[in-house]
Design a protein around this ligand. Structure first.
Ligand code: MG
Length: 304
């Protein structure tokens, strides 16, 4: 069944997709929208417009849109940490940073093993304070989304920043282009997308899932799902553990078992999503030139 907003592939999707809900286009005019991050206390969403070198802000209270920061360093992925601070992946500055409560900026990671990072892409913070991010080369491949440069590291890895020492360790080094990442509701699993098909013919266009140890290592990496339309970029999980992921024709919804049960049709390639709203039941969608939103009959995953 297809409505103007939802494509129901499996009847399990009908509990989430309400028939009287319609996709809203909240703003247009971006060149590549990415990195949505919702601030519950402020009732606003920030997101990146990477080629335009700006962070945008959508205010839920009056539907107004403004520029939050420009220039910004071609930010890509964002997240809000448990203390309510913005954590950013900066393409052009090739680092992960955080805006503190007093407005000052802290650089969390800029190098690994003495070499500059490529261009951090997406980031998530675990409840223990550890910060996990991916570092493909999209921000140094050309001048469109950053500054063209060679990779000093020579690979595209996944990293963890230790919450006590601040040390940066590589937790996965067998990706072609690691991209979006998110924990399962109980944080026992970490899902990581690989968009290597952008650089390697017939390369990865999938999400892998790993077991997460208490000491902060990953094990037992296995294929979770392969995209049926375009690439998986960023994604979020709901309370039931479903994965709401970006794809080439919209947002795809996968059960924890890896079944594609439905889609949100957006009309544009989607880069990332974020649950917002007071009840965290409104899915914000960064779709190339537009910011869109859809109410769902589910909520963002509660994390420990
Ligand atoms: Mg990404």
């Amino acid at each position: 069944m297809i409505t103007d907003t939802f494509d129901v592939i499996d009847k399990r999707f009908t509990r989430y997709a309400m028939g009287n809900v319609h996709r809203e286009v909240l703003h247009t005019g971006m060149r590549w929208a990415e990195g949505p991050a919702y601030f519950p206390a402020g009732k606003f969403l920030l997101w990146s417009d990477i080629p335009n070198d700006r962070i945008m802000r959508f205010d839920e209270t009056d539907n107004s849109v403004s520029v939050f920061q420009s220039p910004c360093g071609n930010h890509n992925g964002h997240t809000v940490d448990p203390e309510g601070r913005l954590v950013s992946c900066e393409h052009r500055n090739r680092r992960v940073s955080r805006i503190e409560i007093d407005g000052s900026l802290t650089v969390l990671a800029s190098h690994f093993d003495g070499k500059r990072l490529n261009s951090p892409n997406d980031v998530v913070v675990k409840s223990d304070g550890s910060i996990w991010f991916t570092d493909p080369t999209y921000g140094i491949d050309g001048d469109y989304e950053g500054d063209k440069a060679d990779s000093e590291i020579g690979g595209s890895h996944v990293y963890r920043i230790d919450p006590q020492s601040g040390a940066v360790s590589a937790v996965a080094t067998d990706f072609v282009k690691p991209n979006g990442l998110a924990f399962s509701p109980d944080e026992s699993l970490l899902y990581i997308a690989d968009t290597g098909a952008t650089h390697v013919e017939d390369g990865p266009r999938h999400i892998r899932v790993f077991d997460v140890s208490d000491s902060g290592t990953l094990a037992n990496g296995r294929l979770f799902a392969t995209s049926t339309a375009g690439l998986f970029d960023g994604f979020r999980l709901d309370v039931d553990g479903n994965i709401w992921t970006s794809a080439g024709d919209g947002v795809h919804c996968y059960t924890p078992d890896g079944d594609l049960i439905g889609k949100i049709l957006t009309g544009e390639v989607v880069a990332n999503v974020e649950f917002g709203g007071i009840k965290r039941n409104r899915l914000y969608i960064c779709a190339t030139t537009s910011l869109q939103a859809v109410y769902l009959n589910t909520r963002a995953a509660r994390r420990p």
